[in-house]
Design a protein around this ligand. Structure first.
Ligand SMILES: O=C(CO)[C@@H](O)[C@H](O)COP(=O)(O)O
Length: 219
């Protein structure tokens, strides 16, 4: 199985967002990754509900919404209404993670949990069977264009083991510093969804770049 590619619009040209979305509609990227940052959980502010609604109007692909925000439970239904298909919350901000996952599913979305680089995958042992996806951050969240953290490969492998041991079905998503060097190794370790921002949008030919990432052999 080939990996799902989820281009991250954080690296898109926001002044031409409609044409960037049209480009993604024509691409081999299955999902459109939307990074929501609040300036509290992460030291950056990206965009919020009105922009997501605008993206949703033009997108013909599922919107994969990564909430890098504190207290995400306060906004789940609003993000669903704005067009989110998948909603991923951070482990580090959810003391009642099981409740938030149920809330996301009740809103009709697929539910994901994101782990910062320092957060071990073993902490998901008791919730992994409830999840549709796990997002392993391969950079510290908050900014595009950062250097990939190599320890991520071992985390992906550990997560694959946990998923197999628990007979769970969560997809393994990796986000940050994904390019043609890191992507094959990630897929080899078990990643099945790759988020790529700057590597796609700074490429001379974004469509070809997405296709190239998509065609990487899976494990
Ligand atoms: O969530 C984030 C950053 O916090 C990512 O989605 C980045 O947008 C990925 O960017 P690149 O490393 O691919 O530029």
């Amino acid at each position: 199985m080939k990996p799902i590619i989820a281009p991250s619009i954080l690296a898109a040209d926001f002044a031409n967002l409609q044409s960037e979305i049209e480009l993604l509609n024509q691409s081999a990227g299955e999902w459109i990754h939307c990074d929501i940052m609040d300036g509290r959980f992460v030291p950056n502010i990206s965009f919020g509900l009105p922009v997501l609604e605008a993206v949703h109007k033009h997108a013909r692909k599922p919107l994969d919404v990564h909430l890098m925000i504190a207290e995400p439970h306060l906004y789940i239904e609003q993000f669903q209404k704005a067009g989110a298909t998948n909603i991923t919350v951070h482990y580090e901000v959810c003391p009642h993670l099981h409740r938030v996952i149920e809330q996301i599913k009740s809103a009709g979305c697929k539910a994901g949990v994101a782990l910062n680089p320092h957060t071990p995958v073993g902490l998901l042992e008791d919730i992994i069977t409830d999840l549709d996806l796990v997002l392993i951050m391969s950079v510290n969240p908050g900014f595009g264009g950062q250097k990939f953290i190599p320890h991520t490969y071992a985390k992906v492998a550990a997560l694959r083991e946990l998923i197999q041991a628990k007979k769970a079905h969560a997809l393994i998503q990796v986000d940050g510093g994904v390019n043609t060097e890191t992507a094959p190794l990630l897929v080899e370790q078990g990643a099945n969804v790759l988020v790529a921002g700057s590597f796609v949008f700074q490429a001379a030919d974004p469509l070809q770049t997405i296709l190239h990432l998509h065609n990487l052999a899976s494990y």
